[in-house]
Design a protein around this ligand. Sequence first.
Ligand code: CO
Length: 532
Amino acid sequence: MSKRRVAYFYDGDTGSYTYGLGHPMKPHRMRVTHDLVSAYGMLDKMHVLRPKRATPEVMSAFHTDEYIHFLNRVTPETAEELTYHGTRFLMGEDNPAFEGVFEFCSISAGGSISAAQRISSGAADIAINWAGGLHHAKKREASGFCYVNDIVLGILELLRTYPRVLYIDIDCHHGDGVEEAFYTTDRVMTCSFHKFGEYFPGTGTQEDRGRGKGRNYTVNIPLKDGITDEAFKRVFEPIINKIMEIYRPGAVILQCGADSLAGDKLGCFNLTMNGHAHCVQYLRAFNVPLILLGGGGYTVKNVARTWTYETACALGVQDDIDPNLPWNEYFEWFGPRYRLEVPENNMDDLNVRDGSLDKVRATALQQLSQLPCAPSVGMHEVPRESLGRHLGLDIAEEGADEDGGADDLDRRLAQHSRFVYKLQEPGGGSDESDDERYESDGSSYRRRKRMSILSNRVVSVDPDVGRGPPRGRRFFKSAVRWDETYGRVRLGKEPVLGSLNGNRLGGMMDVTGRSTPGGDVTMEDWEDGTSV
Ligand code: CO
């Protein structure tokens, strides 16, 4: 296979953060991966770059200022107050306010944005950021271990240069945050392969296809437990091939979430390292600018093996590297075989047994057959000048002077995100059915359904507390107030009431009498037996 110029983004600090003892998401896996990549001698074969960290301003191209301001100042000590007892911004035990959370996000997001810039400038054919791929993060809140959506920020960067961007997601979980951000535009096509059915985040059916101009530009491939390499290939190849043929993206982002591997602690698929990496090889062969991002992956040694092997695939040296692991700092973790492999296990493939796989593939191909070839192509060779219209905004004329440049582009992209979210908010969009009315002490109020990635159970959060900025907002037994003058959260004089269920944020989710998310799962189950 021919050579590709590969840019590899890595910040040596990324592995130092921890979500907390017993939390399944271990940033340390990035350091283990890097160590293995290094031990295989691959660093000399690519441009190794330390990404510029993303600033709050940069993150606000997608996220609300209020949320980023919160992330930038929250600490483990202030989390209880600043999240209004876990009803806002963060998602219980899934998304703890760990020490250094903002810097961790700035590294992850900075890497994906830098990767996009490297691709756009033409300096690389493939760019890698294993610290990225945090696909669940929402505009105004964290979700499923993700706080800042580095993928959305990277795609926004690519849209400065490319008329069409394709996003593919092979994490075991639905790529909901990215899908939501680009649900109404044809400039980004999203395609997610994921487990569906009593599984976080509970979205991603084949009925969800995008809205307005974005109709049919959202592709979802819902799968069942135990999918093997061969079965996965049978949906992945024809669907991706069809998308590449008709959509003709200028650049592709592949989210390589490794929780779709066999033996993952939270995933339920049965892919081997080779089956997972086949997706990378398959996309590389199209010779379209490609960004590889990380994502989920909770059996650390297998994550490290797979992302190492996929780095080799990007370089095209996968057949040259020794399947016996070279000595490295974490060598003893890889016993007893010490090999670069993730074998399949003996679980049943429910996709094949009931024939659902073929139906899912047929439905997706049918959806794709309704699309025109390469939308917008040729209409505007220079997308910089027509972003507003491409994104479904008709604000191009208003205040857009010729030398507005990047700042104006940022403004318009940000406006687009707001526009999309307006369509999608309860009452105005597709998640309307997620709202319920409850009677409590004679008063009624709305709750929005959300799921925990730890327990795969629905938790309820009061949306009136969760949405800002506030007017006459109820602060839920808290002394916390919104300060109109400074536009930020302020702590009142009254002591914050000692929570509903002790001080754990997860306990605060227990407002409907459901059990605490993750309450029946032993934290030790997630431990690797190795300290972080
Ligand atoms: Co995942």
